[in-house]
Design a protein around this ligand. Structure first.
Ligand code: MN
Length: 256
């Protein structure tokens, strides 16, 4: 099952993240989530084969073809992760605040260009290109648009996990020299920055078109206990949310 690693890493009675579930249909959406975890990074996810194929990009995507952005492939995520924003509680995998930085749709591009231009390809070609590690896509997002290549780097070092890819913008009308991702700080859904999301009481709950799920709860008393823990946790978080170094720096930057 494609979501086993996703499941293994998480305790669904503690995290607001959605439970693992492979969908029958894929709608070709993509999402970029800005994730302030131990290290700030951007998670790039493509809806494909019933899951979200996922990469963590430390510097975030760029529209400048000069930039070759390191993208570490991570475990497939469930499609319902698509609009997840909020805070993953401390002590859980990926603890930290998440905002949806971009959303849109994607198309596979044919590996064979026509007269030097990339043309749309098929889903079968997409699966094949992903496997080969030379994956070309076209994005139609609010912030990211145009053609991109994802290139799988061959594991050179012994012990390398082979998860390293590069995300590179192709030259087209959307290419932007000197692209600066920090100019776009807010969520395209809630309009909140990471700092605002982290400080927002309401944001601690699962924000999605789907209701929060705790998986299968066997007993009502357990649900009650979990609700109490949630209350305690959000109180504890209030104290912890007092300006951390990162938040203070972000404020400084914004007021500069
Ligand atoms: Mn992440």
């Amino acid at each position: 099952m494609a979501l086993e690693e996703y499941k293994r890493k998480r305790r669904f009675e503690e995290t607001p993240e959605p439970p693992p579930r492979v969908e029958k249909k894929s709608k070709h959406r993509f999402v970029v989530q800005k994730h302030s975890a131990t290290r700030l990074h951007y998670d790039f996810r493509l809806e494909m084969e019933g899951v979200l194929k996922s990469w963590a990009i430390p510097k975030g995507p760029s529209l400048d073809p000069v930039d070759k952005r390191l993208a570490m492939q991570v475990e497939d995520h469930p499609v319902s992760y698509f609009d997840f924003e909020g805070t993953i509680p401390e002590g859980n995998y990926g603890a930290g605040t998440v905002i949806v930085w971009d959303v849109g749709t994607w198309e596979p591009l044919s590996p064979v260009p026509v007269r030097g231009k990339f043309v749309p390809g098929t889903d079968a070609e997409a699966v094949e290109m992903l496997k080969k590690g030379d994956f070309k896509i076209r994005l139609h997002g609010k912030r990211l648009n145009g053609d991109f290549a994802m290139i799988h780097m061959k594991a050179r070092r012994p012990g390398s996990k082979g998860t390293e890819w590069l995300l590179i913008k192709k030259q087209d009308d959307y290419a932007t020299a000197g692209y600066d991702i920090d100019k776009y700080e807010t969520s395209v859904l809630s309009k909140k920055s990471i700092a605002q999301m982290a400080g927002d009481e309401d944001a601690r709950e699962w924000k999605s078109s789907r209701p929060a799920s705790r998986g299968k709860l066997k007993a009502p008393w357990l649900a009650e206990t979990l609700a109490k823990i949630d209350k305690k946790k959000s109180k504890k978080n209030e104290v912890k949310m007092a300006p951390t170094k990162k938040v203070t720096e972000e404020r400084k930057r914004r007021s500069a």
